[in-house]
Write a protein that binds this ligand. Structure first.
Ligand code: IN0
Length: 410
């Protein structure tokens, strides 16, 4: 199916096939035999809950891999509690507030969740046991971030995201703190310099860029589930209810609001570039770069796109794989960012209320991502012409083979 969606993009078909046959920033399967039973369970949960991202975590060097795996699972558990609307507030609030303490409790688990990732709560004992086996330098970071995030989630479980400042604060709690925690883990592992863990402003921006992108993209899904994460200060300029953007007669105002929020998110790109330029370790670089390039591609896809209000906007798997294979150096990150920024700049409607601001931040991001080698395309993933033709032929036969045979026979 992914191959078919990329049928008109031979570069994506080529990348998908390369990826399928083992290319990319992922390590060969880990030696499960040498792991403890609980560690094995944790890697199974990681693979169940995060799909492609799990492979990038497992490609991290040294003991950072295990620390990040456990950090990811603990955060997934906390997020599952926050998301679960079937847990009554009077039970949810104390759970979020004391969540960090459960890391030290060998007996705690939660079996009443209805969420798809509930396994991380049901077998929290295994995750907490692995947490307690980590070096102290990792444990203090994970526990501290959990405590701060739990408190922040509590605050927003009881009030809405009203101002744009609230939007930054909510995103700080659920994603900025992840960036801050990860950066402290990178420095603690000594794979990265101390400054990476100390500069909390840049680390926060890494998370804000990802989370704002998720919130923008997930408008419809969240709206249908009765959740609202778009800041009222912005949407109230365009509608009296956030759900009004679902109606086709409100499309123009919906697009104006969407474009304003995308413009807001694009302001984090300069910090993202600065943060990324400080990284030295290749495995840490890939781990950080992949979600960021996916985010800029998602924003470019969502920009001025009515589909945000009607269905789910997703980048094609082929496009995602190309970026995953490419995002391994500062030069290629700058290329990817400048290509998508240019795409946004080109599709800015002249009558959009944020047009001027959009053009300004797009041109700043273009300047910052300009390099001598930044190009319009990513040539290494363009297959030779004969191969493109071969791939197209195989896909056409695969898609329409039976109809062609039927036609020949009749
Ligand atoms: C993440 C982030 C993440 C990775 C690397 C560096 C980061 C720096 C700052 C903040 C977050 C950083 O990445 C994942 C990516 C992910 O999970 N992708 C999904 C795809 C998708 O669409 O959801 C996948 O299944 O591949 C991420 O989104 N978050 C996350 C969570 C924990 C950790 Cl340790 C790292 C979630 C969030 C809310 C953006 C922080």
């Amino acid at each position: 199916m992914d191959l078919l969606k990329s049928i008109t993009h031979p570069d994506e078909v080529y990348a998908l096939l390369k990826f399928k046959f083992g290319a990319g920033p992922t390590k060969p399967k880990q030696d499960h035999a040498s792991m403890t039973k609980t560690a094995r369970k944790c890697y199974n949960y990681l693979n169940q809950t995060s799909r492609s991202f799990a492979a990038v975590i497992q490609a991290l060097d040294g003991d950072l891999r295990h620390a990040v795996c456990i950090f990811y699972l603990v955060l997934r558990a906390l997020d599952t509690v926050e998301d679960d609307m079937t847990i009554p507030l009077k039970e949810k609030i104390p759970m979020l507030q004391t969540f960090h303490e459960k890391l030290e409790d060998p007996t705690w688990n939660y079996t009443k969740s209805k969420e798809k990732d509930r396994i991380v709560l049901e077998d929290f004992q295994a995750i907490a046991q692995e947490f307690r086996s980590l070096a102290e330098c990792y444990r203090v970071v994970i526990a501290d971030i959990c405590k701060k995030m739990g408190h922040g989630m509590c605050e927003f479980a009881q009030r809405d995201v009203l101002t744009n400042k609230d939007w930054d604060l909510y995103c700080h709690y659920v994603a900025g703190l992840v960036g801050i925690g990860l950066s402290r883990l990178f420095s603690a592992s000594e794979l990265e310099d101390a400054i990476v863990g100390e500069d909390t402003e840049l680390a926060n921006s890494m998370g804000l860029f990802l989370q704002k992108t998720n919130i923008i993209r997930d408008y419809l899904e969240d709206s249908l589930e009765g959740r609202e994460f778009w800041p009222k200060e912005t949407w109230s300029k365009y509608a009296s209810k956030l759900s009004d953007f679902q109606r086709s007669q409100n499309l123009t105002s919906g697009l104006h609001c969407l474009n304003e929020l995308i413009t807001n998110a694009l302001h984090h790109v300069p910090d993202v570039l600065k943060y990324m330029s400080r990284l030295h370790n290749q495995s840490v670089f890939n781990f950080c770069a992949i979600p960021q390039v996916m985010a800029i591609a998602t924003l470019a896809e969502c920009y001025n796109n009515p589909k945000v209000f009607r269905s789910v906007v997703k980048i094609r798997k082929g496009q995602a794989v190309i970026m995953m294979l490419e995002a391994t150096s500062m030069d290629s990150i700058r290329t990817i960012i400048s290509n998508h920024s240019r795409q946004i700049g080109k599709s800015t409607p002249s009558n959009d209320p944020s047009a001027e601001l959009t053009r300004k931040i797009v041109s700043t991001n273009l300047e910052l991502s300009h390099t001598a080698s930044a190009q319009l395309t990513t040539p290494s993933y363009y297959p030779p012409l004969y191969m493109s033709l071969g791939i197209m032929l195989v896909l056409i036969l695969y898609s329409y083979g039976s109809q062609i045979l039927h036609y020949i026979h009749s």
